[in-house]
Design a protein around this ligand. Structure first.
Ligand SMILES: Nc1nc2c(ncn2[C@@H]2O[C@H](COP(=O)(O)OP(=O)(O)OP(=O)(O)O)[C@@H](O)[C@H]2O)c(=O)[nH]1
Ligand SMILES: [Mg+2]
Length: 287
């Protein structure tokens, strides 16, 4: 049997099936080594919309050859190019570490990530997160995310953060950087939280009932759905004795991040994001 099936309609045959479950619990018939079985299973959702030209199958297979405990779940968001065919080929080539969840139509990154996270959680992931398909954040950062969640049981989520520090390579166009800083300041004020970078496409969550709730309902904010996740967490914990987002989310400064050409996010999305922020404030943060 294979761990993942590629591109079957409605995820049919995807590892929700009972034989997949036996795979993740270490069915000896499929030869999963015991080290991989003992380690928490991490799912990384990769939202893909018309990514045929930016996908780097070799990079995924290089990473997987070293880290068989990390599973990639590619969500094809109704792409109109060859993305789905390319993803299916990857999953066929590496069924233990790659799977494809095809969405029938384009629904936007937020919904694609949400669908992927729900699938990962349903499949029994211990940690689940998402990563941009352009690999602006290299896959080699993933193990550090896993190790940090392993080492700090109090933490519920890790957000990759693009901070330029000596010895780190953060290669970002100046215009994107400065616009990003304006947006980040608005976000920080809206949340009332000293967060530096909510918009980096590299995040990992500890799966729990609360994590499940964070992704249960469609987001109302479009591209700033990452901010909405924090706002949902804040709203759920307000008035309880539980620690707030500042104590359970940590930003992890990335050692490497490089802008990759072909971004689909433009200035109009910046304006839409500001509207999204206002919606988030109204729905979750106004007291
Ligand atoms: N599902 C979905 N994903 C999208 C859509 N547009 C972009 N994405 C995905 O979102 C991720 C980020 O998209 P990019 O176009 O690289 O965004 P970016 O402008 O580079 O954003 P930064 O990397 O944060 O600067 C990629 O994995 C895309 O495939 C969309 O309409 N739907
Ligand atoms: Mg990008």
């Amino acid at each position: 049997m294979s761990g993942c099936h590629a591109g079957l309609p409605n995820g049919r045959g995807w590892p929700g099936s009972s034989d997949y479950r036996s795979w993740i619990s270490g069915n000896p018939r499929v030869g999963v080594d015991s080290a991989a079985m003992d380690h928490p299973s991490t799912y990384i959702v990769i939202p893909c919309y018309n990514e045929a030209h930016r996908l780097q199958p070799d990079e995924f297979s290089r990473f997987s050859s070293k880290h068989g405990d990390v599973r990639f779940l590619f969500v094809d968001d109704g792409s109109t190019d060859d993305t789905l065919a390319r993803l299916e080929a990857m999953a066929e080539h590496a069924p233990r570490t790659c799977g494809v969840l095809p969405l029938a139509s384009n629904q936007g990154k937020a919904e694609a990530v949400r669908q992927g996270m729900n699938r990962a959680i349903d499949e029994g992931a211990t940690y689940a997160g998402y990563w941009d398909a352009d690999l602006a954040t290299p896959l080699d950062e993933i193990p550090r995310f896993i190790q940090t969640l392993d080492a700090h049981p109090r933490l519920e989520a890790l957000f990759g953060s693009r901070v330029q520090l000596l010895g780190h390579v953060i290669d970002r166009k100046a215009s994107r950087h400065y616009l990003g800083r304006v947006g980040a300041t608005a976000i920080s004020i809206t949340l009332g939280l000293a967060v530096y970078d909510t918009q980096c496409g590299a995040k990992l969550f500890r799966v729990s009932p609360e994590c499940k709730a964070l992704f249960a309902d469609p987001f109302i904010s479009g591209w700033v759905f990452d901010v909405e996740i924090i706002a949902r967490m804040a709203a759920a914990r307000r008035g309880t004795d539980r620690l707030g987002p500042a104590d359970v989310i940590r930003e992890l400064p990335l050692r490497e991040w490089r802008d990759v050409d072909g971004s689909k996010v433009g200035p109009i999305d910046f304006l839409r994001s500001m509207v999204g922020l206002a919606r988030i404030h109204r729905r979750y943060l106004r007291r």
